[in-house]
Design a protein around this ligand. Sequence first.
Ligand SMILES: CC(C)(COP(=O)(O)OP(=O)(O)OC[C@H]1O[C@@H](n2cnc3c(N)ncnc32)[C@H](O)[C@@H]1OP(=O)(O)O)[C@@H](O)C(=O)NCCC(=O)NCCS
Length: 165
Amino acid sequence: MTIIKAKGFILRPLKTSDLKGYFEVMQDEETRRNLSSFPGTLAEAKKEIKEMLKQVKEDDSEVFSIEVGGKYAGNIILQHQDWDKNSDEGRVHTWIHPKFRRKGLATDALTEVVRYGLRKKFKMIYAQCKAHNKGVIKMLPKLGFEKVKTHKVDGIPRILWVKER
Ligand SMILES: CC(C)(COP(=O)(O)OP(=O)(O)OC[C@H]1O[C@@H](n2cnc3c(N)ncnc32)[C@H](O)[C@@H]1OP(=O)(O)O)[C@@H](O)C(=O)NCCC(=O)NCCS
C-alpha cells in the first residue's frame, strides 16, 4: 500500500471511514456537474467505497485519499486503462472536498500521483473531463498533460488528456 507524504498533505489508501467526507463531496453541486455519475444516498456512497476497495484488490487500482491536517480532503484514483491489469497505460480521476478547493490541492496531489504512476507503473496516463470543467482545463496543461481530443461520450462533450513518461 503506497503512502505519499508531501508538503501540506498525505496521500494514503482509501478507508471505509472516509465515507462521510466522500458523501459530502458527492452531494456538492459542482461535483455533480463535473462527474459522470455520483451516489445519491449514503448507502450508495458506502457501496461505491466497497466497490473501489474491491478494484484495489482485484484490478490493481490505487485509490488514494488526500488528508490535510488529519482530515479527509478528497481522492485520486490511479488505475489501469480499461481496468486491464496488463495495460501499461494508466488513468487518473480526482475530486476534492469543497472545503479544500481553490488552494492548489488538486494540482499538488495530482502532481505527486502522476509522478509516482509514471515512475512505477505506466508509460502514459490519461485523464478525461467534461468540456466545461474550467478547473481541470486550467490545471492539466500545467502538469504536462496534452489534449488528445474533444469527443462526445454518452452525448456529453469531453476532453481526453494524456501525459507520457
Ligand atoms: C476540479 C477540482 C478537482 C479542482 O480542485 P482544486 O483543489 O480546487 O484545484 P486547484 O486549487 O489545484 O486549482 C487548479 C487550477 O484551476 C483553477 N480552478 C479551480 N477550480 C476552478 C473553477 N471552479 N473555475 C475556474 N478555475 C478553477 C484554479 O484557480 C487553478 O488555476 P491557477 O493554477 O491558474 O490558479 C475540484 O474543483 C473538484 O473536485 N471538482 C468537482 C469534481 C471534478 O470536477 N473532478 C474532476 C473530474 S475530471
